[in-house]
Write a protein that binds this ligand. Structure first.
Ligand SMILES: Nc1ncnc2c1ncn2[C@@H]1O[C@H](COP(=O)(O)OP(=O)(O)OP(=O)(O)O)[C@@H](O)[C@H]1O
Ligand SMILES: [Mg+2]
Length: 472
């Protein structure tokens, strides 16, 4: 049963339920019918008894009740399939109708005792091999005295035959009805499950590696339709993340290959012939630079994958953000020294946020590093820190190369660098902003970029204000 298809199970359950209903129906029909027939027989016996009593009354003083008189007076009695008996007060037969012939149908003890009490008795009896009969015993009293017991009987043969026929009908009709509805149920279950079949086939094609496949959603928004569209959404997301992973691996290998190629080339060149110590030193220094670059990329990658896995623990403590901004400004001055890029502070409000000091510093440094790196010689980078609408707003503004609008959404992707940036500054792996984004996210903040190509960029960080203390 566990491995059977839903179609088989549905049909079987359906069949079982129907079989139960049918048997219940058959049993109740049989019971109701037999009861109704029995009541009909009893009512006709009572009717006949009433007629007989009336006749008896008219002949009360005669020594014998001539039965033929009864049928003469009431011809319908003769037509009815009934026999009559009249018992004396001691229970002995005095008169009985001719249709009993020589059969003996004595008065039962129960009926006699009930008659003495003045009560009517109904009995069903069957004499050996004879037909079943229904008997009504009716006491005839004068005052307190029991004078006679009238008995009317009738054969139950015809009602029994009727019930028997009903039973046969039910025996035949029920299995046929069951069979017909099982076939119907099988057909309907198949129809209802057809979309599931289509779904499975598409899922199999997708499982075989074709993520561009989509399930054709049925026009109705029923359970199957919802399943199909949920499934399609899921495949869509999978397709995107698969593409990202592929892109990521390609980018990562590419970023690592460049410094490796440089190191290898320089080392090979140096080894081609003997050189003096100064030359070796220069090669080693250059190699060290590339190795630094590679280890930085590997470190950042490691950091991001640990961040993805939720393995990075933050120490969330109150951080005096304005102090941090001032320190980073000093570092930025050093970074820009060579190209005469100055970093200035503008409107720095004293602000405390709840955060990880190291990560916030890294965030700020990355943004400032970008601003300096993508500025042109002699330009200025501006840092500002405000509290606006119960949020801390930290801005890093430059007047450098800027970013095209269509590229602005992608710069937070890992390894993404604009062509403009590559041409302007060779150094850089494209991981800085991905890390910034993660840091801002874990601090429950937002990171926005507004930029105009060739006119500069503004990176704005919003952080929740934990306790804005206007400390001095
Ligand atoms: N201030 C900015 N002005 C212009 N373009 C920027 C600026 N900041 C970032 N970008 C663009 O976004 C890209 C991604 O920045 P990100 O900091 O992630 O990488 P990177 O600075 O190139 O390298 P890394 O920071 O890993 O050394 C940059 O390559 C550049 O194209
Ligand atoms: Mg950067």
């Amino acid at each position: 049963m566990k491995n059977a298809s839903i179609r088989v199970r549905l049909t079987l359950w359906y069949g079982l339920a129907l079989a139960l209903i049918l048997s219940l129906f058959a049993v109740s029909l049989y019971l109701v019918m037999s009861r109704a027939l029995r009541e009909q027989v009893d009512a006709s016996l009572e009717e006949a008894a009433a007629v007989a009593i009336r006749t008896l009354g008219e002949h009360r003083f005669g020594p014998f009740l001539i039965f033929e008189d009864l049928s003469q007076d009431f011809p319908e009695i003769a037509l009815l399939d009934k026999f009559f008996q009249i018992f004396g007060p001691a229970g002995q037969v005095t008169i009985q109708s001719a249709n009993i012939q020589s059969r003996e149908i004595p008065l039962s003890q129960t009926a006699f005792r009930a008659a003495l009490e003045g009560e009517v008795t109904f009995e069903s009896v069957q004499f050996e091999k004879g037909v079943p009969i229904r008997l009504l015993s009716f006491p005839v009293r004068q005052g307190d005295q029991l004078v006679n017991i009238l008995r009317v009987g009738t054969s139950l043969q015809s009602t029994d035959r009727m019930l028997h026929r009903l039973l046969i009908g039910l025996y035949i009709a029920s299995p046929v009805a069951l069979l017909v509805s099982l076939v119907g149920g099988w057909f309907l279950a198949g129809r209802a499950l057809r979309p599931v079949h289509v779904l499975t086939q598409t899922a199999q094609r997708i499982a075989a590696g074709d993520l561009t496949q989509r399930i054709q959603t049925p026009p109705s928004n029923d359970e199957i339709g919802q399943l199909a569209s949920t499934f399609n959404d899921m495949i869509g997301r999978l397709e995107v993340s698969f593409r990202q992973i592929r892109q990521f691996s390609a980018d990562a290998s590419h970023e690592l290959r460049t410094p490796l190629t440089i190191t290898k080339g320089e080392t090979e060149l140096a080894l081609r012939r003997p050189r003096n110590a100064e030359d070796y030193r220069m090669v080693l220094e250059s190699n060290l630079e590339e190795i630094d670059r590679m280890s930085r990329i590997v470190d950042e990658l490691l950091f991001l994958s640990r961040a993805d896995l939720g393995e990075i623990k933050l120490k969330m403590l109150p951080v005096q953000l304005d102090d941090l901004v001032r320190e980073v400004q000093q570092q930025a001055m050093v970074l820009g020294q060579e190209r005469h890029i100055t970093t200035v502070l503008e409107n720095i409000e004293p602000v405390i946020v709840l955060g990880d000091d190291l990560r916030l510093r890294e965030l700020l440094l990355n943004l400032v590093d970008n601003a300096v790196k993508y500025s042109r010689e002699g330009q200025t980078v501006t840092l500002s820190l405000h509290v606006i609408d119960q949020r801390v707003r930290l801005r890093v503004q430059d007047a450098g190369i800027g970013i095209f609008p269509e590229e602005q959404v992608r710069i937070f992707d890992r390894f993404y660098r604009t062509d403009e940036a590559r041409a302007h500054a060779q150094k850089g792996s494209g991981l800085g902003l991905a890390i910034c984004k993660w840091i801002v996210d874990v601090h429950k903040g937002t990171l926005e970029v507004h930029s105009q190509h060739q006119h500069g960029s503004v990176f704005t960080v919003y952080l929740p204000l934990s306790s804005s203390l206007a400390s001095t």
